[in-house]
Design a protein around this ligand. Structure first.
Ligand SMILES: Cc1cc2nc3c(=O)[nH]c(=O)nc-3n(C[C@H](O)[C@H](O)[C@H](O)COP(=O)(O)OP(=O)(O)OC[C@H]3O[C@@H](n4cnc5c(N)ncnc54)[C@H](O)[C@@H]3O)c2cc1C
Length: 436
């Protein structure tokens, strides 16, 4: 067994694992990153690039439940369930429904608000330090609608968000068409979110941070971790390259994290995947000045260096089923309805990725296991890009014991049930000197 002298082994080379690895390497930790495939090719490759700080309401809500039957009957609609997958995902769906209770909704909103409020400043700071600020456009984002009743809904939404501390400006049709050229006359109102932005190339963001971390001393091995065992003196990892013995491990393996945590610590996390799709239109890089999403059509269009990215949809079909690219291609029909002039779809490419989702719409950011040797940064569902930099700050704080200023209580693993006594690590307040 290879005995590693690294301070930390990170499992997973997506935006979460790489941003944490970058942050820790900068802070002087000796990090080894294990990735089973190429770095940055999971969910982090093809997301919509939206720094979605305004999304502070949990996925599960009674309003969504009401729309469910209509959505499920449309095979190319925003939500799809593979009925053969229903027995597998049923317990997760029941937990999702349980999270629609008012108190659960309030808890999720408070947690989302806490993280999202700190997300943009965390990215600004990190990107400035990395010399990569050019990848972030802080130009706000827009949610549009196509009817008077939907505009009234947007105004109510604006009020609810305002009560949660999220600012938004309702835009009449006149303001909207003055600010954004080329939208169809049917687009009759919108909600502008000033404190948001977008990343112009989500893959480049991962790749650049990865390259910088490597240049600063981080090591990388292409290896799949199958499981292992937490012990008092370290963590044994079984990998495709043999056995490794690590001082500490960070699980940041996206939608594949739950079986790993179960193997390593015997703890069951209620994670499933919401598969999402994008269609990249390379001939349309300049169609929009900012990210624009549609209330009724439930998808987003983000201007990127490589073209206009149409993204969205939720598909419950597990990790292994082949992608159904009709779901990506179907996004053009929706996008065309929002523009005066048809989109140029020449050389368009479809993509599918697996969001790592927990039923309360909050990630797990925690430090558990004997001596706090197992760190967790997983389950960022629709908001992994948004929350990656603040997650990295919290992981650094958990490891170093230096207070981050944010309370991690809402993101702790224990919310899903009691941890074994050996796994409880007193880290919720990140006390100085808690480094194990
Ligand atoms: C269509 C779509 C649009 C989205 N839009 C947005 C958006 O606009 N804004 C936003 O904030 N978020 C968005 N998201 C969500 C965001 O992309 C995810 O939350 C985020 O990418 C998750 O990052 P991750 O690092 O946890 O997972 P991933 O990027 O999936 O990375 C996990 C990595 O771990 C590796 N791995 C897994 N198991 C093992 C193992 N056993 N051993 C070694 N390596 C392993 C995988 O190969 C993978 O590279 C979107 C997602 C989708 C699908």
């Amino acid at each position: 067994m290879q005995d590693l002298n690294h301070d930390l082994v990170v499992i997973g080379g997506g935006i979460i694992g790489v941003t944490c690895a970058w942050q820790l390497t900068q802070a002087g930790y000796k990090v080894l990153l294990l990735e089973k495939d190429e770095v940055g090719q999971g969910a982090s490759f093809g997301n919509a690039g939206h720094i979605a700080t305004e999304q502070v309401l949990p996925l599960a809500s009674p309003a969504v439940l009401k729309q469910l039957p209509r959505m499920l009957l449309d095979p190319l609609g925003p939500l799809r369930l593979d009925w053969r997958y229903l027995p597998r995902i049923a317990p997760w769906l029941l937990k999702l429904v349980a999270n629609m209770r008012p108190q659960a909704q309030r808890n999720s909103s408070a947690g989302l608000r806490l993280l999202n409020e700190a997300s943009l400043p965390a990215w600004q700071q990190l990107l400035q330090q990395a010399g990569l600020s050019r990848l972030l456009k802080e130009d706000g984002s827009l949610l549009v609608c196509e009817s008077e009743s939907a505009f009234a809904e947007l105004q109510r939404h604006s009020q609810v968000l305002g009560e949660l501390g999220v600012s938004s400006d309702p835009w009449s049709a006149q303001t909207l068409h003055r600010q954004v050229n080329g939208l169809a006359p049917a687009v009759s109102g919108g909600l502008f979110f000033p404190a948001t932005g977008h990343v112009t190339d989500p893959y480049q963001l991962v790749a650049q941070l990865f390259a910088q971390a490597q240049a600063a001393g981080m090591e990388r091995q292409q290896a799949e971790v199958y499981g292992g065992r937490c012990q008092d003196n370290g963590i044994e990892l079984n990998t495709s390259k043999g056995k490794l013995f690590a001082k500490r491990v960070l699980v940041a393996a996206g939608a594949w994290s739950a079986p790993l945590v179960r193997e390593l610590a015997g703890i069951k996390i209620p994670m499933d995947t919401e598969r999402g799709y994008h269609l990249m239109l390379p001939a349309e890089p300049a169609r929009l000045p900012m990210a624009v999403s549609s209330l009724e059509r439930k998808f987003i269009m983000t201007p990127m260096t490589g073209g206009l990215r149409l993204a969205g949809t939720v598909e419950f079909a597990g990790l292994h089923k082949a992608p159904d690219y009709r779901r990506a291609e179907g996004l053009v029909r929706h996008a065309d309805a929002l523009f005066e002039r048809q989109l140029d779809t020449q050389s368009a490419t479809p993509w599918m990725g697996c969001r790592p989702s927990l039923p309360d719409s909050l990630p797990v950011i925690d430090r558990v296991g004997p001596q706090g040797r197992l760190l967790l940064a997983l389950g960022h569902h629709h908001l992994g890009l948004t929350q990656a930099a603040v997650t990295a700050q919290l992981i650094l704080s958990l490891l170093s014991g230096k207070p981050s200023g944010l309370d991690i209580a809402p993101f702790r693993l224990a919310r899903f049930g009691q941890l074994p006594p050996t796994h409880t690590f007193n880290n919720s307040v990140c006390l100085p000197g808690s480094e194990g």
